[in-house]
Design a protein around this ligand. Sequence first.
Ligand SMILES: Cc1cc2nc3c(=O)[nH]c(=O)nc-3n(C[C@H](O)[C@H](O)[C@H](O)COP(=O)(O)OP(=O)(O)OC[C@H]3O[C@@H](n4cnc5c(N)ncnc54)[C@H](O)[C@@H]3O)c2cc1C
Length: 445
Amino acid sequence: MGSLGHETTPLQVAIVGTGIAGLTAAIALRQHPNINVVLYEKATELKEIGASITLGPNGLRTLERLGLQDCITDQVAYRGPNPISRIYRHWKTNEIIGEDFYENVSEPLHYTARFHRGHLQQALLKHIPRDTIHLKKKLVSVTVHPVDGVQMTFQDGTTATTDLLIGADGIASGVRKSFAPDFKLEWSGHTAFRGIFPASLVAPIAGVPLDSTHWWGPDTNFFATRLARDLFTVQGGIYADPNDPVAIAKFRDGGRWDREADVELLREKYVDWNPVVQNLANTCPDIRYYPNYFCGSSLPTWIFGLGRVTLIGDAAHAHGGAFATGGSLAIDDAYALYLAILEVYPVTETGRRLGREGVERALRLYESTRRPHAVRLLKVVHANNEMKTRKILAETRETDEELRARAKAGSGTTWLHEHDVVKAFEEVVRAERERGKGVSEVTAR
Ligand SMILES: Cc1cc2nc3c(=O)[nH]c(=O)nc-3n(C[C@H](O)[C@H](O)[C@H](O)COP(=O)(O)OP(=O)(O)OC[C@H]3O[C@@H](n4cnc5c(N)ncnc54)[C@H](O)[C@@H]3O)c2cc1C
């Protein structure tokens, strides 16, 4: 049974999902002496699945604030020699045609870093006792009772109860499904092919940059980077009309996520690109499909179940992997939620009872800090997806001049990658206090 009605008993927090969002939230909340965290995960084991994942200065700063330096050092992550956030090269000539520079990042540990997702997950897992994680627990439904709390039901028929449920269960969130059953994910038409292999394989290729590099072409891109532990990864991709039945059958449905794909798909796609890209595509021994570019619209609220349930990470904002910002967003969501809980339940006041209203107030602070940021991102993502589809349907190809101008302008995403979650949270708290002051002044008159 939940503990909201019982003085000084720890606040029970259940986190569904042990991805980047769930693990970060668990590490943060476990720092509070009167919070008890339990994690539920549908996977049967925590294997190193996935390919590369990028963390920007925002997510890296947040992990450092949580004391997780060991998760972001060069033993786990790769940073190129140049302090440049993103480097864009021309698909045919290989010359640098654009760069995203940092605006407010001087600490090398905060420079954009590329991880094998499995390495990052394993590094975070070292900060969480294994007995707090329950595997083989696929959440299938949630019910909320005003007194007893939140009841979770899992696919194996078992149930568990908690005071606060955090849905960190990714893009196809089961928690979200329980409260927003009409929410739909739409395929953007983009399918990535990714391969990871030993970095020694690229040693014979002339001209492979040491910096992580995006090559931009008129209809698709190619990305390559070294990873920690002497690994190398490449990512290519195909854009299709998301309503085209052939593309749906071949890529959306046929190319299931993380399924092995024919490496010729990659090699053929880049056959007329510059020799460095061609050689990287030819050297990559195998690839997997990542048709994970599914997007959803903005949820009108992130607070459910009588103020006892919320969402973080991809569960809260299905932005389809755009701008490689999903990992950092997930980390910042988790941290904002932690700050919000600390605000209403400071570690010095654990002797007092935290009522349902307190939990709900924390969720409101969290939602006000993070939802507007996610809404802004989703608007950009949907507009970009629509533009790409329009171009595919009109069969218009970007001219070389347009491509160069686009790269020169850069991605325009400093607002995302350098977003300061603490500043955003403090502004929300200040606004709440101002509103409270206004109310008490009116009451006093
Ligand atoms: C196995 C895996 C590999 C990935 N690899 C990459 C990658 O290589 N590159 C990249 O950019 N992004 C990858 N992603 C996505 C990326 O991790 C996220 O976009 C981002 O980090 C946000 O993380 P998240 O914690 O919100 O979601 P996720 O990382 O997707 O984590 C969600 C977690 O919830 C679990 N889960 C889902 N549904 C349920 C349920 N009903 N009950 C219980 N548990 C549930 C999942 O098994 C998963 O562990 C991967 C995701 C997964 C799950």
